[in-house]
Design a protein around this ligand. Structure first.
Ligand code: GLU
Length: 566
């Protein structure tokens, strides 16, 4: 049974940071929201107060994020939504972008058959997949919406029309992108001044074109995104920037379908973890990382112990080796999901881990159902994306990660929003050593993701946590770390997200700069981790967590200074 808790929404609006204040009476509970930007979070809270469902609120947050965090996500991109009801019923929605029908495995190769520099691919029409977020929203709303479709758009339209203030985060993103030749002219007119400098922190931006686009989709319905004027503009913009035949057509756009898929669920210490399956690798990776750690008593080892994080790194190595080999769009290649998360398989993989010594490199395993004819893919680094989490008055949890892939996606803009560069999440090399890569480009296929929107049920089967992250390939590691923090160390939502971050990248490990991990470098070295990178962590998680009779809402504390206004 879901436990009724009460969080006065007025208090949520007032709370600048993260954690949700104390409860009043049960009747006051409307739900809780976590989003990377407080203005988008307020959009979700507004929808919940109007009686909207968690799905309604999540859609409103996704749309508002498009306005205030244009560099990260929006209707020009895609996402994954995991919905878990209070009684434990979980379903997932796949709104991942698709490659145009004309795309082929050599899509990203240059004339000599080589793989060009990453940004050459990213800032081209070749990288744009047919956007999936509006189709995902429509499918989820048809099944679980309580408010009318146009109502979900109202907060985002208001933000776009009345304007929003540039925060330090957007200003930084604009500064990093300002010299990109391919950065769209419309974007320049919107976000830069006459001398080509990014608008300063605190400047109000009104995006009237986006307001009109959102109004059209609100009033004419989701089909208006996939046909008519908008689709025509989208196809024309992408084709003009695509230097080879096979560019996105209006037919590709009108053929797009969001998909409902089965959730991928596994136990972890009596809790039930449910996440997203292929085409994302995120859910499987989170569950492998956790499952392989289960035989270790992390609570006894403690959160301040290098051995805990050494084991965490080892578990990542095993999970990422499998991810590279097996994970891709399961509608195109056979992905042995069940074998990869089977208890006996994870127990056997776990035996490769030792408390005393790093394995340094990991090979993929042989789960049941695996085809061994594949080769490892290449892995570009990404940034962008936003994770959002909602729980409503019925205790339904929605975990939604939305992305346009890199900062400002492809840099191409239509209707006031950026078009994704998601197709760079494919392996740009179609084969390695004569073997095909599972995640190679194919017409109509969805590129492998790392996104891992997740919901967690406690040992009694009640809703416990709604969690996920942004940050490219770091996403499953962030999600697994937050779950361990909440379950093994009993931390609150914000502390779970704020734990120092460490990740294995091949033979190297990243230790988050400025945290105790940096001081513990010698301990990691003596455990056999030879190459240490001390760097800021490119992480951005979000979570809702049920503790002591109330839902706590948190966003990554690393974001705090980037959201402050002067
Ligand atoms: N495109 C990435 C993915 O789907 C996410 C990018 C990011 O978070 O920076 O996994």
């Amino acid at each position: 049974m879901f436990r009724i808790t009460a969080i006065p929404l007025a208090a949520l609006f007032l709370s600048a940071c993260a954690t949700v204040p104390a409860q009043t009476g049960p009747s006051a509970f409307s739900g809780a929201v976590s989003a990377a930007d407080p203005r988008a979070q307020a959009a979700g809270e507004e929808i919940l107060t109007k009686g909207g469902s968690a799905t309604d609120a999540a859609i409103a947050v996704m749309l508002a994020l498009n306005v205030v965090e244009p560099q990260s996500s929006g209707i020009g991109g895609g996402g994954f939504l995991v919905r878990g009801e209070a009684d434990g019923d979980v379903t997932t929605y796949d709104g991942r972008e698709t490659a145009p029908a004309g795309a082929t495995p050599d899509w990203f190769l240059d004339e000599e058959g080589g793989v060009p520099p990453f940004m050459v691919s990213a800032l081209s029409g070749l990288s744009v997949g047919v956007p999936g977020n509006i189709a995902l929203a429509a499918k989820a709303h048809d099944a679980h919406g309580k408010l009318a479709w146009p109502e979900l758009f109202a907060p985002a339209i208001r933000l776009a029309r009345e304007g929003f203030l540039i925060n330090p985060r957007l200003n930084n993103s604009l500064s990093s992108a300002k010299n990109r030749a391919a950065f769209g002219e419309t974007g320049r007119a919107l976000f830069f001044d006459a001398s080509g400098e990014p608008l300063s922190v605190g400047t109000r931006v009104r995006n009237e074109e986006l307001a009109r686009t959102l109004e059209r989709i609100a009033n004419e319905g989701p089909e208006s995104f996939y046909s008519g004027k908008l689709a025509q503009e989208l196809a024309a913009t992408v084709a003009a920037a695509t230097p080879r035949p096979g560019a996105m057509t209006r037919g590709d756009i009108s053929a797009y379908k969001a998909k409902q898929r089965d959730a991928v669920c596994t136990p972890y210490r009596e809790y039930r973890i449910c996440s997203m399956g292929p085409p994302t690798s995120g859910g499987v990776a989170v569950q492998q990382i956790l499952g392989q750690l289960e035989r270790f008593d992390l609570a006894a080892l403690g959160a301040d112990n290098p051995v805990t994080w050494h084991l965490f790194l080892e578990s990542q190595r095993l999970a990422y080796a499998d991810r590279e080999l097996y994970l891709a769009d399961s509608d195109f290649v056979q992905v042995p999901v069940e074998g990869l998360i089977a208890e006996d398989y994870l127990a056997q993989r776990s035996m490769l881990m030792s408390k005393d010594r790093s394995m340094a490199t990991a090979e993929a395993g042989q789960p049941r159902g695996a085809s061994m004819t594949l080769a490892d893919g290449d892995e570009p680094e990404e940034k962008g994306t936003s994770h959002l989490a909602v729980v409503d008055r019925d205790g339904t949890m929605v975990s939604y990660t939305s992305t346009i892939e890199g900062a400002f996606g492809s840099g191409l803009m239509v209707g006031g929003f950026y078009l994704n560069n998601e197709l760079t999440d494919f392996s740009r090399s179609p084969e390695v050593g004569g073997k095909p890569v599972a995640n190679r480009v194919e017409g109509g296929k969805r590129p492998r993701s790392s996104m891992s929107p997740t919901v967690v049920y406690d040992p009694q089967g009640d809703p416990f946590m709604v969690v996920g992250a942004a940050g490219g390939s770091t996403i499953p590691v962030q999600t697994a770390r937050s779950i361990i923090a909440a379950i093994d160390f009993g931390l609150d939502a914000e502390a779970s997200l704020g734990l120092p971050f460490t990740m294995a990248f091949g033979d190297q490990i990243l230790l988050e700069e400025g945290t105790w991990l940096e001081e513990a470098a010698e301990a990691f070295r003596s455990l056999g981790h030879a190459e240490l990178l001390v760097r800021p962590a490119p992480v951005k998680g979000g979570a809702l967590l049920y503790r002591q009779g109330q839902w706590q809402s948190a966003r990554d504390p690393r974001l705090a200074s980037q959201l402050e206004m002067p």
